[in-house]
Design a protein around this ligand. Structure first.
Ligand SMILES: *Cc1c(COP(=O)(O)O)cnc(C)c1O
Length: 385
């Protein structure tokens, strides 16, 4: 433990482009660039778009990408083949999933959420029904329960199995957001009704990468896609005047896939096919535990202390969190800040070394002990924190 030479995942680091100097601990916000993505995206542009032109829809498999790539994401979330569609964004997928859940539960209009959910999750569904906070503890009249497996702010991990069972026993449909768990641990949403997630965080598919939507096969015949676009139609190229949903997961596709973004996602998934998720989780727990230990009582820990109960991130509270993070970033350690007072550090196990953890903790101690964050330059907020 805590030894890079004995890390079974150490070779994966060479497959990523990383800063020469400094430590990148924001892979939970935007994963690093897989070197192979450069060539794969170049090929999609030059060969597929440049030479195959409109023929690429057939010859390069663009039309099928949402399903072929969905099948490659499925093993990362414990889903069977034919149950995941890739595309759009997480926010869109949340809207689709919760709308479908409400239609499957006519007569119920309550959506149980966590007030601490990533805000877009709650924003997207606020017009669909009546939101109730999970803190009230009642699922009995809920149509849907929408929660994140790992809290984006604190890194706290929920028990997917237990919560799913509790929601379903109450007659509600369970919708998981796995944005902060996919690629960080072995996700298993197979028992849930729906799940959504993004691929630009730990999956490393790049800015604007396609999201995904899992629909439990037991709902494929009855769940409706409220965003009934032509790519979810039974025969898109029949150009019929009326909408007829496709069978299976295809009905949750919406429209033209983001082909160039899919190319980067495919390169990222080539790596995941060679990764043992149990090794990822073991290393993640070791990395985060080491960081917690090294930071010690310099900062108030906002994440659970038990590594089993947290994702692959460590968060701390500091009343001057924003300037502390700015000072740290200037010293080459890239974490991020989440209002009102959270310093967030993500540990992507494929390319983060134990040496990086030690380096980051050392520079953080320097910023705090010498109060380097008090420099007025760090006070002004940038647009994206
Ligand atoms: C990152 C993240 C999102 C992002 O949604 P987009 O639609 O991709 O902008 C949504 N939910 C959670 C929990 C996230 O962590």
């Amino acid at each position: 433990m805590f030894d890079d030479d004995r890390d079974p995942l150490r070779h994966f680091r060479d497959e990523f482009v990383l800063p020469d100097d400094g430590v990148y601990l924001a892979g939970n916000s935007l994963g690093a660039l897989p070197k192979a993505a450069v060539g794969r995206v170049g090929q999609a542009v030059e060969q597929e778009w440049g030479r195959e032109l409109v023929g690429g829809w057939n010859s390069a498999g663009w039309y099928e990408q949402p399903l072929t790539v969905g099948d490659r994401i499925a093993p990362l979330i414990g889903a069977p083949p034919g149950s995941v569609v890739a595309g759009n964004t997480t926010s869109i997928a949340i809207y689709q999933a919760v709308s479908a859940a409400l239609r499957l539960r006519p007569g119920r209009r309550v959506i149980v959420v966590d007030r601490a959910n990533f805000p877009t999750d709650n924003y997207m569904v606020q017009g669909l029904g009546e939101l109730r906070d999970i803190g009230e503890g009642r699922f009995d009249d809920a149509a849907a329960v929408l929660l994140s497996e790992v809290d984006y702010r604190t890194g706290e991990r929920r028990d997917v199995r237990e919560t799913t069972a509790r929601a379903q026993e109450a007659g509600a449909l369970m919708v998981w957001d796995v944005c902060h768990s996919v690629g960080a641990l072995r996700v298993d949403v197979s028992a849930a009704d729906f799940a959504v997630g993004c691929t630009y965080k730990y999956v490393n598919a790049g800015p604007g990468a396609p999201a995904f939507l899992y629909v439990n096969p037991r709902h494929h015949a009855t769940a409706e896609n409220v965003l009934s676009g032509w790519h979810g139609h039974a025969e898109p190229f029949a150009f019929e005047p009326g909408y007829r949903p496709a069978n299976g997961i295809r009905r949750f596709a919406v429209s033209t896939p983001h082909v160039l973004s899919f190319a980067a996602l495919e390169a990222a998934l080539d790596i995941w096919e060679r990764v043992d998720l149990d090794q990822v989780r073991a290393k993640s727990m070791a990395l985060t535990s080491l960081f917690v230990d090294l930071v010690g009582d310099r900062l108030e820990l906002a994440s659970p202390r038990d590594p089993q109960r947290r994702g692959s991130q460590v968060s701390f509270r500091h009343p001057h969190g924003y300037p502390v993070m700015r000072a740290l970033i200037e010293r080459g350690v890239h974490g991020d800040f989440r209002a009102p007072d959270i310093l967030r550090f993500g540990f992507a196990p494929l390319y983060t070394r134990f040496a990086d953890v030690r380096e980051a903790a050392g520079r953080l101690a320097d910023v705090l002990d010498r109060e380097l964050w008090r420099d007025p330059r760090y006070a002004a907020r940038l647009a994206v924190t």
